[in-house]
Design a protein around this ligand. Structure first.
Ligand code: FES
Length: 603
């Protein structure tokens, strides 16, 4: 039986005819509308909210995860309902992802081999009967080519001047000056949550345009493990994961090229950074063995491929390169971070902390690097937090908490609709200092709370929570809460990162005094308050003055390697001298993690 589902998100309206019993979340995702689904449809994250008319009876899980006012209004979790009658479904409008706006251009020597050559086409004559191709090769820049480039040459033989694009004596393309304006390249940071694509001029190194989008694979789950399970459980799952990403990359590249009056054929080189599982999924490789002990990837070394291998629509004579990974859980994104901050070029140790959907920590000096991955969870990206969200318009991104109230800011100064990573960190540190949260991470007993916070305190389903924004203050037309569970998630995240740092320092047999610089990298690294990062105990307090916020290090490292292919050797050297510490079965780590869950006493 078929039913009609009318989908509405902002200005967008779509009607779908759906065969009975299809999960509503799937219908929404297939229509291309944006809806968070952190748990990948398992009904545990409470993020896939939709206003359904007529509203089905709420499930037990919805009673826990949704407010009574939401249930009364008809809001349900799309993953918990199937289509069994005609429906109208309204979804809140998602915003644009805020990437690191104003991020600085990378600076490195340009040496990627790609050049445009402008040649006068000498008039043939009886005395000079050299072939058209020989006339180009005789210029001395190139001496090999493909049949497709020769066919392009055929069309140009009437012209006086031609542009030839090539690398390492290989002629890749021929055209007129109007046709070939640049030799461009693209660096891509494939994050589990967001993907950033940078278009650069390969000859000048100038950044031309940048695009970012949610990783389309997130409809199969927010974390890599959910995606591996989803791919494993369906026919052709690995290919499907790859196609989702590559299709979106192709449309992003086409958009960037158009913006710069270029064609995708003008893109000759691409470099990819990403965690090991993202790089596997980009290449269509089965990454199931990375999910299970002993966590073995299919590839870890730096590799070059033809654009057609993964199906990228750039110049077919171009090249794509992926950064090397260190292990199943310390990927090419961390090697790119290391390149971006020059992690191991000094005699003293530098510390690198990448806070993304997961946490990776590296401690390195010129002859040795130690690295580990810690299960910090996606809290800083908004996952696992009741009102958590990505850094989008309306996200509360900073808090200044006092005993008698608090000040806050939101992205684009809109009414608050949730809290992003930097806001969560400020809020947690502030509540700790105001005595609302204790060092063990529990909310203070109601009667001991300062007056302001006592009035904001309540319990739902036996879980303590604070009303941060009333229905009138909130942009969601319902109150927004910060719960005891949210504090626990913050403890897990910061405890895991701190434990990783301590384990690496122990392994290197050093203390904080032997660390020169601390680089915080990752999506929200530039926005977090480093004092608060130390106050909650995520970073050792003694290192506060040595913290540098290095932004999207993976994107910077990928751009550097795009412009300078010799950095592939440096990346390989970093990989070579890295000792990876597997912490998943380490009792030492478990003990450290348990110890570091508590907050430092700040009152
Ligand atoms: Fe529906 Fe998580 S609760 S996707």
């Amino acid at each position: 039986m078929e039913f009609e589902v009318e989908l509405i998100q902002g200005e967008r309206k779509e009607t779908k005819n759906v065969s009975g019993s299809l999960p509503l979340l799937k219908v929404i995702q297939e229509s291309g509308l944006e809806l968070d689904s952190y748990c990948g449809g398992k009904g545990t994250c409470g993020k896939c909210k939709a206003l359904i008319k007529p509203a089905p009876s709420p499930k037990a899980r919805e009673r826990n995860l949704l407010e009574n006012s939401e249930l009364e209004e008809g809001i349900r979790l799309a993953c918990l309902h199937t289509v069994e009658e005609d429906l109208t479904v309204e979804i809140e409008k998602g915003g644009e992802i805020s990437i690191l706006a104003g991020e600085e251009e990378v600076s490195c020597e340009i040496d990627n081999g790609w050049n445009r050559y402008i040649y006068d086409f000498e008039e043939p004559s009886l005395e000079d009967q050299r072939s058209y191709l020989r006339r180009i090769f005789d210029r001395g820049d190139m001496e090999e080519t493909s049949l497709s480039a020769i066919k392009q040459l055929e069309k140009r033989r009437e012209e006086n001047e031609i542009v030839a694009v090539g690398k390492d004596e290989y002629l890749a393309r021929i055209g007129s000056q109007e046709e070939i304006l640049r030799a461009a390249g693209a660096a891509v940071d494939i994050g589990t949550t967001t993907v950033v694509v940078y278009l650069l001029d390969l000859e000048s190194g100038r950044e031309l345009a940048v695009d970012s989008f949610y990783n389309p694979q997130k409809e199969l789950g927010a974390d890599v493990i959910s995606r591996i399970q989803a791919a494993r459980d369906q026919k052709d799952g690995w290919r499907k994961l790859q196609r989702m990403l590559v299709e979106k990359l192709n449309s992003s590249l086409a958009g960037l090229a158009e913006k710069m009056d270029l064609e995708t054929d003008d893109i000759y080189r691409m470099v990819f950074a990403g965690n090991t599982i993202m790089l596997h999924s980009f290449l269509g490789l089965n990454s199931e063995d990375i999910a299970n002990s002993p966590f073995i990837p299919t590839i870890c070394d730096q590799q070059k491929f033809s654009p057609s291998d993964p199906g990228l629509d750039i110049n077919p004579q171009g090249e794509i390169e992926i950064l090397p990974s260190i292990s199943g859980y310390v990927g090419g994104d961390i090697v790119a971070d290391m390149l971006a901050v020059d992690l191991a070029d000094t005699e003293n140790y530098n510390l690198l902390v990448d806070i993304g959907t997961n946490g990776e920590v590296a401690l390195g000096k010129s002859d040795k690097i130690y690295a580990c991955s810690v299960a910090a969870g996606p809290s800083f990206e908004g996952g696992n937090i009741s009102e958590g969200m990505a850094a989008m318009p309306g996200a509360a991104d900073s808090f200044e908490v006092r005993k008698d109230g608090f000040d806050y800011t939101t992205i684009d100064a809109q009414k608050p609709v949730g809290i992003c990573g930097s806001g969560l960190l400020d809020l947690t540190a502030g509540l700790l200092k105001a005595g609302v949260v204790t060092a063990s991470g529990s909310f203070q007993d109601k009667e001991k709370l300062p007056d302001f916070w006592r009035r904001r305190y309540e319990r739902k389903n036996d879980i303590a929570r604070l009303k941060l924004f009333t229905e009138d203050e909130s942009g969601r037309e319902r109150p927004l809460f910060f719960t005891q569970k949210d504090v626990r998630q913050m403890q897990l995240a910061k405890g895991a990162i701190r434990a990783g740092i301590e384990i690496l320092m122990d392994r290197a047999e050093i203390g904080t005094q032997q660390i020169d610089e601390v680089y915080l990298v990752g999506g929200f690294a530039n926005y977090l308050d480093k004092r608060h990062a130390c106050e909650v105990g995520m970073i050792p307090e003694k290192l506060e003055d040595r913290i540098y916020q290095a932004g999207n290090g993976a994107g910077a490292g990928a751009r550097m390697m795009l412009l300078n292919e010799n950095l592939a050797d440096k990346a390989a050297d970093y990989k070579e001298k890295t000792e990876y510490l597997e912490l998943s079965t380490s009792t030492e780590f478990q003990q450290e993690f348990t110890d570091r869950m508590s907050f430092p006493k700040l009152e």
